[in-house]
Design a protein around this ligand. Structure first.
Ligand SMILES: [Zn+2]
Length: 89
């Protein structure tokens, strides 16, 4: 595993909602470019902003796999300003 991978880097500080949307948009672009794989989630990647804004669920999770080997989980809770962005392995 490459610890210096810049594609899937997660900020080493308290995360906020902006971090979540920044990373989701960036990683969606990386998926399009073939740098990451989208492994599924509670909404499509293309329309996650729109789906989340409808607030039909309490929490939305998405999973990615970077080409460096890391698996990543993202999550946003509509009642919380602290998102989940974490490595799974
Ligand atoms: Zn990576």
């Amino acid at each position: 595993m490459n610890n210096k991978c810049t594609f899937c880097r997660i900020p080493d500080r308290e995360l906020n909602t902006k971090d979540y949307f920044d990373k989701m948009k960036l990683w969606r672009q990386f998926v399009t470019e073939g740098l990451m794989k989208f492994k599924g989630g509670d909404t499509s990647l293309e329309k996650f902003e729109e789906e989340i804004s409808r607030e039909l669920k309490y929490t939305y999770y998405h999973y990615f796999e970077c080409n460096c080997g890391r698996s990543i989980k993202t999550g946003v809770c509509i009642r919380s300003s602290v998102p989940i962005i974490e490595y799974l392995n």
